[in-house]
Design a protein around this ligand. Structure first.
Ligand SMILES: Nc1ncnc2c1ncn2[C@@H]1O[C@H](COP(=O)(O)OP(=O)(O)OP(=O)(O)O)[C@@H](O)[C@H]1O
Ligand SMILES: [Mg+2]
Length: 376
């Protein structure tokens, strides 16, 4: 059903536009190329890949093994092995394998042993992989080598979401470089992430282990026209009206972040009288209500920050976008030295709490930004 969905991976029908990104990714995958696909948090990267790109790839290449791993929050190389292993197990299980398939697969593999089992709940066949314990470096290599072999036989696609989180694991870049370089040419790989500054550090400096790896695609910003059509269609269920200017205001107030726009539109849809023509004042009211509804969540979020971080965030919330946080004007506002500001901002940027746009630094989650202004 067409609605304003948030907090979830979207099904294809609820994804607003992103058709150019879809086509670019499909083209890259069909050519067997490698891509870093990045974009700010909550802009639809995972939804586009999982609900549109992967299903289409599977449809056009029915035998293909699609390995989707999520590196969100990986803390050490054992966890990287764990996530890759799970992803490959799922990819093989999705093929509804027969015993013979597993036997033939096992015969072609050297480092890991596929074992056929049954899902305890559904009874459907499932595949688990056995590999030597406690040798995480060798095991990362081994998994990539085996995926390479599977690709040669069946065709494979590797997607790794939140790839930048390897930055917090010592030696992971070198480890994954070996793995990725061992994959055969022509095997498409999509590495995704939401923290541009960390992805930049992994792929850009000439001396970085993964320097110059693959192409770089940044997810597009949804145009006002596309969001206008999307909102109008969903507002119809309560006969709400909105004009182009209203959508422009929504995008500006919420930094064009689709998830925040969906939250506020859902609020408008559920709380406005039938047939209302939505104007700027209604949008402001809905933003206020949405923030108030999340008050305890945001208060709790604040409790995880240090006193100085809270002072910085409130000041940023009021002044965003801030081009030069280390400038005298902003520093005197937060009563901090450049020496302590640098590490503080790095921490917040690494957690995606703040984000650097072309216009300057902003609070990463636009509704949290409104909360900081409303409660400061
Ligand atoms: N194109 C879109 N159309 C409508 N809603 C969208 C779109 N893109 C993102 N959203 C909203 O953002 C939410 C998060 O989407 P998704 O998880 O796919 O984004 P993401 O970019 O992978 O985020 P993260 O970086 O946090 O992983 C969705 O539940 C939805 O509310
Ligand atoms: Mg995501």
């Amino acid at each position: 059903m067409k609605k304003f969905v948030y907090d979830l991976i979207l099904e294809a029908e609820n994804i607003c536009n992103l058709t150019e990104d879809r086509d670019r990714l499909l083209d890259i995958v069909s050519r067997g190329e490698k891509v870093v696909f990045s974009g700010r948090r909550n802009t639809g990267k995972t939804s586009l890949i999982k609900s549109v790109v992967i299903p289409r790839v599977k449809k056009s290449h029915p035998g293909m093994v699609v390995v989707f791993a999520d590196f969100m929050g990986v803390a050490n190389s054992e966890e990287i092995v764990g996530r890759m292993k799970k992803a490959l197990e799922l990819a093989l299980t999705e093929k509804n394998p027969t015993k013979q398939f597993i036997q033939r697969l096992a015969a072609g593999l050297a480092y890991i042993r596929p074992v056929m089992g049954f899902d305890p709940v559904t009874g459907a066949p499932s595949v688990t992989l056995e590999m030597p314990a406690g040798r995480s470096n060798e095991n990362v290599d081994a998994i990539f080598k085996e995926i390479g072999k599977i690709h040669k036989k069946h065709g494979a696609l590797v997607v790794i979401d939140e790839f930048q989180d390897i930055s917090f694991v010592g030696n992971a870049e070198a480890l994954l470089r070996t793995g990725l370089q061992n994959l055969p040419a022509g095997l498409p790989i999509v590495l995704m992430g939401s923290k541009k500054h960390l992805l930049g550090r992994i792929f850009v400096p000439p001396d970085a282990p993964l320097a110059g790896w693959g192409r770089y695609v940044e997810i597009s910003r949804i145009s006002t026209q596309h969001y206008f059509e999307y909102i109008k269609e969903r507002f119809k269920s309560n006969n709400l009206l909105i004009d182009y200017g209203g959508v422009e205001f929504l995008q500006k107030a919420l930094q064009s972040i689709p998830e925040s726009i969906n939250i506020v539109c859902d609020k408008l849809l559920r709380s406005s009288g039938k047939g209302l023509h939505i104007k700027e004042q209604h949008i402001r009211h809905a933003i206020k209500n949405a923030v108030e509804e999340r008050n305890s969540l945001y208060q709790e979020r604040l409790s995880f920050f240090t006193g100085k971080e809270v002072v910085f965030l409130r000041a940023l919330g009021f002044d965003e976008p801030v081009k030069q946080p280390s400038g005298n004007r902003f520093l005197s506002k937060i009563k901090m030295s450049t020496g302590s500001l640098g590490p503080l901002m790095k921490r917040l940027e690494n957690q995606a709490v703040i984000y650097k746009t072309d216009e300057g630094y902003v609070v990463g989650d636009p509704l949290f930004g409104w909360f900081l202004r409303m409660s400061g």
